[in-house]
Design a protein around this ligand. Structure first.
Ligand SMILES: O=C(O)c1ccccc1NCC(=O)[C@H](O)[C@H](O)COP(=O)(O)O
Length: 208
């Protein structure tokens, strides 16, 4: 079954809803964003996430020492790098890595090759912030690419309305959402449940 990451959670009710509705990854944003949370809040939210659900810390061009200190304090399972981090930088981190890439061209997809990481999060080109902008990209750029198959988390503008279509068309190993489960910029528990239901019903690439 496809894995689902719900990103940018900032409050207890949203976290408990994502946990109850079957999320596989929960993303906590430590980068410049309207969804950025403090270290204290992150520790509080992390403490109510069961260990089978992976806690992902999202960073943009952050120092290795800062990432490692936050990861240790919060108990992160994955580091999501959403900036211009190099393959060398990814290799230096001791935790599992999700590397995010903005996809607007075939060349952008080619850049993914050679990155040492556990998952590639393929996202739309960034807007005001490096992620979480709620826009889709051309999925045809990333489908039928053998080298992406086992590691691809599809992101960018996914919603309850388009997530099943996205899964069927692209066949990623996972999907990620932030804006699509919000109402007026705030996480919406009904949308979190509906998204997880729609995503988990979608087809998979048979690898999970
Ligand atoms: O979500 C943010 O505010 C954010 C800010 C800076 C860097 C990354 C950020 N989010 C990372 C994510 O994984 C988002 O879920 C992803 O970009 C998709 O967002 P959306 O298009 O809003 O579903």
């Amino acid at each position: 079954m496809v894995k689902v990451k719900i990103c940018g959670l900032m409050d207890t009710l949203s976290v408990l809803t994502a946990v109850d509705a079957g999320a596989d990854f929960i993303g906590l944003v430590f980068a410049k964003s309207k969804r950025r949370i403090t270290l204290e809040k992150a520790k509080e939210l992390a403490s109510i996430i069961p260990s089978n659900i992976k806690k992902v810390g999202v960073f943009v061009n952050e120092k290795k020492e800062v990432i490692e200190e936050i990861a240790e304090e919060v108990g992160l399972d994955y580091i999501q790098l959403h900036g211009d981090e190099t393959p060398d930088f990814c290799a230096q981190l001791s935790l599992p890595i999700i590397k995010a890439f903005s996809v607007a061209s075939v060349e952008d997809v080619e850049k993914v090759k050679g990155y040492p990481c556990d998952y590639y999060l393929l996202d739309s080109p960034h807007g005001k912030y490096r992620g979480g902008n709620g826009t889709t990209f051309d999925w045809s750029l990333v489908k039928n690419q053998a080298f992406l198959k086992d590691k691809m988390i599809l992101a960018g503008g996914l919603t309850v309305e388009n997530v099943a279509e996205a899964i069927n068309e692209v066949k990623p190993i996972g999907v990620d959402v932030s804006s699509g489960v919000e109402t007026n910029g705030v996480k919406d528990t009904d949308k979190i449940r509906a998204f997880l239901l729609a995503a988990k019903k979608g087809e998979t690439n048979g690898k999970i």
